[in-house]
Design a protein around this ligand. Structure first.
Ligand code: ATP
Length: 200
């Protein structure tokens, strides 16, 4: 079956940037966040179940899930969180597996910020970590988004540590002090290695 490479890294490490460059080589990218969002689009069975379980006021006037309301609800209630995860996690996992098997490229990426935190690393063939110093994560996140260094720091601290993430890596891209051209050079080498893995 298809070689699936899990792509992860902390906030602002460069996952999207890296995935976009691999996509230029024609490599199919499956985005875990996107799959998770699509699982609860208006009209999906999962959204119907959520409305049945939590109440119709968890659906916005335009038919979309009120994510903020749901987030607050499960944050305050462990049983609700367990129920929601039991509904969504298998669904999301199955969709990701299906999309990987349908990929047309020689190998594909599963991009997931919480690849290791959610145990998705156990469902892929190899793990590629985009690694940067915490200082770089903060500056790049602050420059990209409209949030403060304190907010970025909080998100960073809620994720697993850099060391722990690296301990799960089969491949590492160093995206510190690295121009986009240098990043592309690293990616070209990796792309060749991955193609070798496929051919055997
Ligand atoms: P998040 O998890 O927060 O969604 P991410 O891991 O997908 O982030 P990106 O959005 O790809 O990270 O990168 C974060 C920011 O850093 C972006 O603005 C991106 O353009 C910039 N960036 C990424 N790599 C480099 C680099 N080598 N040099 C300079 N800027 C970079």
């Amino acid at each position: 079956s298809k070689l699936v490479i899990g792509l992860t890294g902390g906030i602002g490490s460069g996952k999207t940037t890296v995935a976009d460059i691999f996509a230029e080589y024609g490599i199919d990218i499956i985005d875990a966040d996107l799959v998770a969002r699509e699982a609860v689009e208006p009209g999906t069975p999962a959204l119907v179940k959520i409305a049945e379980h939590f109440g119709p006021d968890f659906i916005l006037a335009d038919g979309h899930l009120d994510r903020s309301k749901l987030r607050h609800r499960v944050f305050a209630n462990e049983a609700d969180k367990t129920w929601l995860n039991a509904l969504l996690h298998p669904l999301i996992r199955n969709t990701m597996t299906e999309q990987c098997s349908l990929a047309k490229s020689p190998y594909c990426f599963l991009v997931a910020p919480l690849l290791i935190e959610n145990g998705i690393n156990n469902t892929v063939d190899k793990v590629l970590v985009v690694d940067v110093k915490p200082e770089t994560q903060i500056t790049r996140t602050v420059n990209r988004d409209n949030n403060t260094a304190e907010q970025a720091q909080k998100i960073l601290e809620a994720q697993i540590s850099r060391d722990e993430r690296l301990a799960h890596a089969n491949y590492v891209i160093n995206n510190d002090d690295c121009s986009i051209d240098e990043l592309k050079e690293q990616i070209e080498l990796l792309h060749r290695e991955f193609l070798k893995l496929v051919v055997g």
